[in-house]
Design a protein around this ligand. Sequence first.
Ligand code: SF4
Length: 428
Amino acid sequence: MLTPAVSEDLSQLVHLEASDPADGSQASSDNRRLFGLDAEALAARMVAAGEPAWRGRQLAEALYRQRITELDAITTLPKILRQRLAAEGWHVGRSAIAQVFQSVDGTERYLVQCPDGYGLTVETVWMPEGDDGESGDGSNAEILQSQGTPSLTPQDANLLTRDSRAAGANSLHLFETSRQKATLCISSQVGCAVNCRFCLTAKLGFQRNLTAGEIAGQVIAVFDRHAVEVGRDRVNLVFMGMGEPFLNYDNFMGAVRLLIREVGLSPQRMTVSTSGIVPGIKRFAAEPPEFRPKLAISLNAPNDAIRSEIMPINRKWPIESIVAAVRPIKLRPRERITFEYVLLDSVTDRPKDAQEVARLVRRTGLPAKVNLIAWNPGPGIHYSTPLPEAVEAFRKVLIDAGIPTYLRKPRGRDIYAACGQLKRTVEG
Ligand code: SF4
């Protein structure tokens, strides 16, 4: 029997699944935005404008590789064509960073302006050196490191050759230290309908889905700010910002395909986290490996009773149904499913909870790891951060049970950038 509050939560979710336009068309009536279209769609636009299809590839190169934000600056297109497109209302329309908050630990939180004309912003977080969230999940970098072999793409090899000529035998070392390593946390919706009780984003409620272009636009805007060079820098993307990506499935996967095909990123450097939207997980399981990011399940509780209290969505899709949906996913060699686990003082961090989580994870039979997150406080949320001793004891129980377990570093707590704190807070 559901409490009235939970019934409300679930009816909102049912409503979302039934009526959300998959293409994000509710976001804006602006259909002359180029950013968000892939090379094929851009080619179709060019053909419709009486131009050869290969102009579409030029446009894709300009938008996603050269990161050009103004149509008039795309000089690979003839001036007369640029003028004609502009006169017809075509424009780049990429998301832009509107505000930056900097943490003492180097983390940056951005309010990113959606190009929808309604002034809506979403949050994106840049964590130099990451937060250890990808440890042990089969990320490419880690595989190569564990084999003692540096990761070299063809572009790397060219750079290395150039460095070698200039700097001699030690150039590999010099070259490697010049790389950036970071994790970028991206939003998929404005607000969120899932209403996890420990999460500040939930306080916003659901406002709207982001389009594929708005999701990918966050990545390109931040890459621009940090002069990220794809193929040289190691940036992991985590779809763990505002929103539930699997309640905006088509646009989320549209962004993933754009980032892979047009930007040149690897799906093995992307992780999507879900609160357990079973229909979304089933669709995800059927995605081809070349377009499938890694999966994290936001578990957060040792059993259905506690999970339903802190995540009402669990009443619709309990733990066993989530595990059953995850099982068919064909994992890559060394890939693991991540179980994210937020530790709430005296609610989910007790020794008996740790033992139950260990049994649960083992029972799934999945190649899995656990990421522990000490809860990050937020105004108006009545939980407490666990004691460091409780966190360590919890971790030890899981490790002793043979489960790879990592503690995610809290990043950017002072600027409300840490996990579960994203609510468009405008104070630094
Ligand atoms: S934790 Fe994620 S799914 Fe849950 S309310 Fe917050 S943003 Fe939504």
